[in-house]
Design a protein around this ligand. Structure first.
Ligand SMILES: CC(C)(COP(=O)(O)OP(=O)(O)OC[C@H]1O[C@@H](n2cnc3c(N)ncnc32)[C@H](O)[C@@H]1OP(=O)(O)O)[C@@H](O)C(=O)NCCC(=O)NCCS
Length: 416
């Protein structure tokens, strides 16, 4: 008997909200024995793409059941940094949140969802489609690369650092100042406009209510003026912070019992013996938590590595003192970008090779194989990871390196 085709249609907030959340849960509670991060979208399944200039969510329906979902957004970014403007820009469609109900997999539903989303990208004049996944997510890699012809073009690192009770030391030789949104926009356009995937609506990102601000660090006592026609110090660094916890919360699921016991007993010890709070420890990931995402990292000058580190410590202290539920600070940088050596992170919580794949959508770009330009870019080049597209918390096996049984045996409070 032939299999009935699923109907693919646009997401309808009123009718589909509960059913999409239910599908997400079913995808998590599947047969996998792996640890995963459960995302609570707090009643708004479309929250991850809502801040993007153009966005779309599609659902697949079969036998009156919602069996699949996909999300996409479109924006203009810098791609060909070696070409003069406006030829350095392209309209790109980003694919995320593809899920098919476990009982309905391998029936072409995931492929149908991708095809329909690509059609929406093409109808809206997008030049390229791209997506991010874990390199060992075989189903996803085969679907996009083998079936749809996406090619691997970047492998950024997702660096994760837990927020601890104890404030981090910020060097007294470093001065940190918050910029106004207009100053931040000016500096980003001046210094990062050529960076790959720099979003051309940067002012919207910086002005979004989730963006907590942009900070610069420079050696104390140096003359500085970060405004238009201002004087930049010889060494300086900047970054912006996005409060993802306002959008969705995460929670660790499917973790081994030993891991749960470890986190709970550590929390209990810290309550009974306050000195425990001073030791580096594993945050309790079993209750819903949020995170800060640091984006737009830029640094110049011989002392800039130290300044990046000072900014990261500053953001940590801000999270520790002002946020109730921020348990980790996350950032995503180009895989070989040397700046990653200055960003404090726990190896155990981080993912060093997220896989970004891209495909040309326009026939002339396909003919000239324009995507291969991406693969020729030097791997140490920096990459602008838009906070609206942060990959952390994607339901994924990337948590495989988080608290696997073997590692837990070695894992102690000083594993940072
Ligand atoms: C990835 C996912 C969406 C695929 O959905 P699906 O409806 O099963 O996909 P399709 O039936 O259209 O499969 C298309 C192709 O993908 C590949 N593929 C899909 N599942 C696969 C698997 N388990 N193992 C190997 N290849 C697989 C195959 O090449 C398949 O073509 P084929 O069936 O002709 O061999 C689904 O497995 C899923 O929801 N996984 C969990 C969430 C996830 O990882 N999402 C991707 C995030 S980017």
């Amino acid at each position: 008997m032939g299999f009935q085709e699923a109907i693919i249609r646009s997401y309808d907030g009123l009718a589909d909200r509960g059913r999409v959340e239910d599908l997400e849960r079913r995808c998590e509670v599947g047969p996998s024995e792996r640890v995963f991060l459960f995302t609570d979208t707090m009643g708004d399944p479309i929250c991850r793409i809502r801040s993007s200039p153009m966005h779309k969510m599609l659902v697949a329906e079969l036998d009156n059941q919602l069996v699949g979902v996909i999300q996409g957004s479109i924006k203009v970014v810098t791609v060909h940094h070696n070409k003069p403007p406006p030829n350095d820009q392209a309209k790109v469609g980003y694919i995320l949140g593809l899920r098919v109900s476990p009982l309905y997999r391998r029936k072409g539903i995931g492929s149908n969802l991708v095809s329909k989303l690509e059609e929406w990208f093409i109808d809206n004049d997008a030049d390229y489609a791209y997506m991010a996944t874990e390199k060992d997510n075989l189903a996803s890699v085969r679907l996009f690369m083998t079936k749809f012809g996406y090619i691997r073009f970047r492998t950024p690192a997702i660096l994760v650092n837990p927020v601890r009770y104890r404030p981090r030391h910020v060097s007294s030789n470093v001065e940190i100042a918050k910029l106004k949104v207009e100053e931040a926009e000016y500096l980003y356009r001046k210094c990062m406009e050529n960076t790959e995937f720099f979003p051309h609506d940067i002012e919207k990102v910086l002005g979004n209510k989730l963006s907590l601000g942009t900070w610069v660090a420079y050696p104390r006592g140096e003359l500085r003026d970060f405004g238009v026609n201002g004087h930049l110090p010889e060494s300086w660094a900047m970054l912006s912070v996005w409060n993802s916890g306002e959008l969705f919360n995460l929670r660790l699921g499917n973790a081994p019992l030993s891991c749960l016991m470890y986190a709970k007993s550590w929390k209990w010890m810290a309550r009974v013996f306050p000195c425990f709070k001073l030791l580096p420890s594993m945050p309790d990931f079993f209750i819903p938590f949020g995170f800060y995402f640091m984006y737009g990292l830029h640094h110049e000058g011989p002392l800039s590595g130290k300044l990046v580190r000072a900014l990261c410590q500053f953001v940590h202290n801000m999270a520790a003192t002002t946020s109730e539920n921020c348990k980790v600070i996350v950032t995503e940088v180009g895989g070989c970008d040397p700046v990653r050596h200055h960003i404090p992170h726990w190896k155990l919580l981080s993912c060093f090779e997220d896989l970004w794949c891209i495909k040309a959508l326009k026939s002339e770009d396909r003919r000239t194989n324009s995507v291969h330009e991406f693969t020729r870019t030097h791997p140490t080049k920096s990459l602008f990871v838009d906070p609206r597209e942060c990959s952390y918390g994607r339901r994924s096996p990337f948590t495989q390196n988080l608290l696997s049984h073997d590692e837990l045996n070695f894992f102690g409070p000083f594993a940072a």
